[in-house]
Ligand binder design. Structure first.
Ligand code: SAH
Length: 228
């Protein structure tokens, strides 16, 4: 964790308890547990939820979007098996919390968020923590980020109707992708591996419930207005 950030011991204590909870729920990857121990989630949730920031809860982020539960991020991060030298593409930056966790586990993180205000806020939080290996861009992530492709790992954190083709193309042979595919009520989390020969292996590793992915392979691009 970069050193810019200072905080109180109670935050550290709450994070330690979250880490214990994740361990009890079967998360074994020590690098993943260490990332949860270091990244201050209370900086990524809206102010009014800060007191509950280390509970295993999802919260509304505004713009009709949600910061996922820590256990969902843990499931993703453990399934990616990162070793530290990877170039990672994340679709659906949201709060930027998972982006920061990824920044601790990979070499470079490229994250795309379609709601410009969320992208800006996430970028500011990540910069204020001192990370220098993250780029956040406001655009439709279903087209990927060709300039920095191919990626060793791709994560989609919004529910797709089907696989956006550009993402498969931008996955490096030998790379892996996590993407929830289903309807707006629930999705199956697919772990896709591209073999060295370029073949696709697809395994369902769990049931999840995400806000809709918009764009290619996603839901119609309808703006949600008002409210959060
Ligand atoms: N990992 C985030 C999850 C945010 S919810 C967090 O825990 O904070 C999913 C996010 O995906 C939302 O912010 C939504 O705006 C974004 N999203 C939906 N469709 C997208 C698309 N086509 N490209 C980029 N982001 C998208």
């Amino acid at each position: 964790m970069p050193s810019k950030y200072r905080e109180t011991s109670s935050h550290q204590e709450l994070r330690r308890r979250l880490v214990e909870q994740l361990q009890a729920a079967g998360i074994r990857d020590l690098a993943v547990l260490n990332a949860f121990d270091q990244v201050p989630r209370h900086m990524f949730v809206p102010e009014r939820f800060a007191a509950r920031a280390y509970a295993d809860e999802a919260f509304p982020l505004g713009h009709g979007q949600t910061i996922s539960k820590p256990s969902t991020h843990a499931l993703y991060l453990q399934a990616l098996n990162l070793e530290g030298d990877e170039r990672v593409l994340e679709i659906g930056t949201g709060s930027g919390y998972q982006t920061a966790l990824l920044a601790m586990l990979a070499d470079h993180v490229y994250s795309i968020e379609r709601v410009p205000k969320l992208a800006e806020a996430a970028r500011a939080r990540i910069e204020s923590l001192g990370f220098t290996n993250v780029a956040v861009r406001a655009s439709d992530g279903t087209y990927g980020w060709r300039a920095f492709s191919p990626f060793d790992a791709i994560l989609v954190t919004a529910g797709a109707l089907e696989m956006p083709k550009p993402l498969l193309e931008q996955l490096r042979p030998g790379g892996r992708m996590l993407i929830p595919i289903g309807d707006s009520e629930s999705q199956q989390l697919h772990r896709i591996e591209k073999t060295a020969a370029g073949e696709i292996e697809d395994t369902v590793i769990g049931e999840v419930r995400f806000v809709p992915l918009r764009g290619l392979g996603g839901h119609a691009d309808i703006e949600r207005r008002g409210g959060e």
